[in-house]
Ligand binder design. Sequence first.
Ligand code: HPA
Length: 271
Amino acid sequence: MTLAQMQETAHFIQSRTSLKPQFGIILGTGLGGLIQDIDIQTTIPYEEIPHFPVSTVESHSGKLIFGTLAGKAVVAMQGRFHFYEGYTMQQVTFPVRVMKLLGIERLLVSNAAGGLNPNFQISDLMIISDHINLLPDNPLIGKNIQELGVRFPDMLEAYDSKMIAQATEIAGKLGIRTHQGVYASVSGPNLETPAEYKFLRIIGGDAVGMSTVPEVIVARQMDIPTFAISVITDLCFEGSLKKLTLEEVIASAQKAEPDLVRLMKELVQLY
Ligand code: HPA
């Protein structure tokens, strides 16, 4: 995707809304409920947005939502694009490029993930402190768009340490059970074998999922401080493995969602 396409998309969006978002928000599987707390000014279905991919997964309804959350101007993606759907990494991360051109100062991301850490329980929240990228492709491969960021972006603080500390403090204050941990990203769409779950734990993963990392890489290349959180929807360690359905993932995500929403709202209020 070219810079000209990104600019064209941003201009189209700016012709539909005058809202200048301070935060970009990407919501994960079963976690679209935060939208209910947004005072919505403008909704744009993805299919109306030039150059936007159209989402295909049934559990996602694709819309870009502009409004205020706890008084802060936000743009939220209701429905994200996954690599396993067949989109290129450039397509998966295109909305983040556009959000940058719209002026976001921070990115907030949620996802549903499998728990590798044996201390985790279903519907726990894990604040992502770092990641291990096992995806077979990278959104930054190809000619670098120098206007957006450097060729070899630093990843030492992929997840903003200040927002991690603030979110941890908020969770403590609200009595919400959270962990901090490492998110391992895989392509999917199949879930992992028992040996793969074991491997992911051994290499340092606390949770595993099929999203988030491409968006975070692109955000960090553009110097956007990023906060991401996983909802643990299933347990992936010995003694807890069982067959998993999308319905169960969504049910576990929705159980955790009210706490996640409270946490996100308190976090944006600090900025
Ligand atoms: N593996 C990969 N992705 C996931 C899982 C899992 O166990 N649970 C939710 N997303």
